[in-house]
Design a protein around this ligand. Structure first.
Ligand code: ZN
Length: 354
């Protein structure tokens, strides 16, 4: 037996506040965590009105200095611009206030600037609201997964999340359900490639997906209870990634399919919607209960076919054929060589995706 050389680093939020009127506690959270001033808000025109203005008001009342900017896209130029503003204003902490883009920009800009960031989701459409990964639009027009840091605090107000478009919440549910195949892919990589594997990360991730599948009928438009359930599930997924030290427990072949579809489809659907459809197909390859996944997605009102995603059948096939190229270092059920045109066609047909 060789010398003991195991090593692992875990990163979690220090403070997670979710629930009714959670936003009202923003100053308390900043004070408790000694986050300092100025606080820099990164938002867009819509999320500023939904939450940003109130955050500013509450922080100023508690004597925090507040600076802010509105972003239009989550791309490298907006990250550079935000990072410059953080330096110029000597910001002590950055807030990402929004569904996806403002959080992604705040996550990366604060990471580069070496200051903490607080995630204030206005929608619960994906697990990026809690994780250290950001989805950034690259120069080639392709979305890239960028490593940054996990939020110091997450403030998820169920009243705000429940009033966001229901389609976003449903996409968040599908992103949680995708953990079902992500953990199977990880298990495969551990067995075949001797990859590091965390049983506790897998247990948490799998349990979260199972709870979402079992409670799919509870997710209704406009209900704070539904927003609460989904937020908690996204936080659990984020914790599983924190334990794993990677996105492994929440991102496998079904995510690769979605990333491939992002670059191939003329009009891609939402991240969560695409990974949901990917989960049906990858679960079929894993010989698992793919029909159970499909029926949970249907109950939620999430897309289960190319038509419902609004993409062409040929785009689904191409995405399946190229999915394994998205992250070649991440071994999944797609193997090193991926699917042939014919097997991709069979897979999409038998699972009724096309
Ligand atoms: Zn995801």
């Amino acid at each position: 037996m060789g010398a003991f050389n195991k090593y692992k680093a875990m990163e979690f939020p220090r403070c997670v506040v979710v629930g009714h009127d959670a936003l009202e506690d923003v100053a308390k959270v900043c004070t408790q965590l000694k986050l300092g001033s100025p606080v820099f808000l990164i938002q867009d025109g819509v999320t500023r009105k939904i939450a940003g203005d109130r955050v500013r008001e509450l922080l100023e009342k508690a004597m925090f200095e507040v600076r802010e900017t509105e972003i239009t896209e989550a791309d490298h130029s907006e990250i550079t611009r935000a990072q410059k503003l953080l330096a110029e204003t000597k910001a002590a902490v950055a807030f990402g206030i929004g569904g996806g883009r403002p959080i992604d920009v705040a996550k990366c800009a604060s990471f580069n600037a070496g200051i903490p960031f607080v995630s204030v989701p206005t929608a619960a459409s994906h697990d990026g609201i809690v994780s250290s990964k950001a989805s950034i639009l690259g120069a080639s027009g392709k979305k890239e997964s960028v490593n940054a840091h996990c939020p110091m605090a997450v403030i998820g107000d169920t009243k705000i999340i429940a009033s966001a478009p229901h389609r976003l919440l449903v996409a968040g549910c599908a992103d949680v359900i995708s953990n079902s195949t992500a953990v199977l892919d990880w298990d495969l990589a551990a067995k075949l490639k001797n990859e590091y594997y965390s049983t506790s990360a897998v247990s948490l991730s799998r349990m979260t997906a199972e709870m979402m599948i079992e409670n799919a009928r509870m997710i209704r438009p406009g209900l704070e209870e539904s927003a609460w359930f989904v937020l908690k599930a996204l936080v659990s997924s984020g914790m599983a990634m924190g334990i794993a030290g990677s996105s492994r427990p929440a991102s496998g072949s079904e995510h690769m399919f979605s990333h491939a579809l992002d670059t191939i489809a003329k009009k891609p659907a939402l991240h969560g919607e695409q990974v949901g459809v990917g989960t049906i197909m990858m679960m079929y390859l894993h010989r698992g209960d793919w029909k159970g996944i499909r029926s949970a997605l249907r109950t939620l009102g999430a897309p289960t076919s190319a038509e419902e995603l609004g993409v062409a059948p040929e785009e689904v096939i191409e995405a399946l054929v190229h999915a394994h190229e998205v992250r070649p270092e991440r071994y999944t059920i797609l193997g090193e060589h991926g699917l042939s045109q014919e097997s991709a066609m069979n897979l999409a047909t038998v699972t009724k995706v096309i």
